[in-house]
Design a protein around this ligand. Structure first.
Ligand code: CP
Length: 316
């Protein structure tokens, strides 16, 4: 693996999941693999899980991780190809990225969509520019359209919890929220579940909240949340803003996940990438019940990151 920005960078998903589970059983099995190597972690947006789990993963591999919260501590970078920089931007990515490539062996980057211009967000302009100019492997810590380290942790979690030989029914259900969020977690989850190929996959959302078909193709899609939930083994709850009416917020409280709704599922395990808005996306009663696996899921972010970093380190 040279870089990690989507499931397309994974040669063998089952092997990657198994590697992650081996690290979970024995975190320091490869404690010298990253010796003498450094990863730079650039955050244009805040993070708790991604930042800390990647730092722990790097440490488990004997690698140093250095965090730069660009969004809070840095100046505004310029990404325009032929920009005349007489405005508010201070440094061009063409100048900054090679320096980062000089300091580090791997670069992790979290960017965020503006949710104003769909074409620009879906071109992954910021991530692509770093990849082009830094000259070292890049790991997406969440991009404008995808969140692959989260999705790998999601697949690890479902693998752990579905060892009864039967294909589980996995339901991704839209949830209300108070602010417009990216589609990246939902896009990415759909992409990875499709690549995993081990589930009956259903996506449910209100009319107008369709995701890009390029990620959802292969899933059953319905606006009947009750029908989708019937017999579900895993229920992944997530808000996203509109893809069609790009970036528009919808906040229909009738879509909040509750114990009453889950009654028709198959004793489903409830997932969410976190952070979660309690009693908006999911009721507290669901989050505090044994059905919720969100802590296990977030814990698996370490093994997800460790498996990916190890794959890249082997190529250096
Ligand atoms: N799920 C996730 O990416 O969490 P953070 O935003 O805290 O990194």
């Amino acid at each position: 693996m040279k870089s990690f920005t989507s499931v397309s960078d994974v040669d063998n998903l089952e092997e990657l999941v198994n590697r992650a589970l081996r690290y979970k059983a024995d975190p320091f099995a490869d404690k010298s693999l990253g010796q003498g190597k450094r990863i730079g972690l650039l955050f244009f947006n805040p993070s708790m899980r991604t930042r800390l789990s990647t730092q722990v993963a790097a440490s488990n591999l004997g690698m140093e991780a250095i965090v730069f919260n660009v969004g809070q501590e840095g100046w505004t970078l310029e990404f325009g190809d032929d920009a005349i920089m007489n405005g508010t931007t201070v440094e061009h990515v063409r100048d900054a990225a090679p320096i980062l490539g000089n300091y580090f062996d791997i670069l992790g980057i979290r960017t965020f969509p503006g949710l104003k211009n769909r074409e620009e967000d879906y071109s992954e302009h910021y991530l692509t520019q770093f990849i082009r100019y830094c000259g070292i492997p890049v790991v997406s810590l969440e991009s404008a359209t995808l969140h692959p380290l989260q999705s790998l942790a999601d697949i690890i979690t479902m693998t752990e919890l579905s060892r009864n030989g039967r294909k589980p029914k996995v339901v991704l259900t839209w949830a209300p929220h108070v602010k417009a969020l990216p589609q990246c977690v939902a896009n990415s989850f759909a992409q990875w579940v499709n690549a995993w190929g081990q589930a009956e996959f259903v996506i449910t959302h209100p009319e107008g909240m369709e995701l890009s078909e390029s990620f959802t193709k292969g899933a059953i899609i319905t606006s009947r949340q009750d029908e989708a939930l019937a017999g579900a083994d895993f229920v992944y709850v997530k808000n996203w803003s509109s893809f069609t009416n790009y970036g528009a917020l919808a906040n229909d409280p009738s879509w909040m996940m509750t114990p009453q709704k889950l009654a028709i599922a198959n004793q489903a395990k409830v997932m969410h990438c976190l952070p979660v808005r309690r009693n908006v996306e999911l009721s507290g009663a669901v989050l505090d019940s044994p059905s919720s696996v969100v802590t296990q899921q977030a814990g698996n972010r370490v093994w997800s990151a460790q498996a990916v970093l190890a794959e890249i380190l082997k190529t250096l």
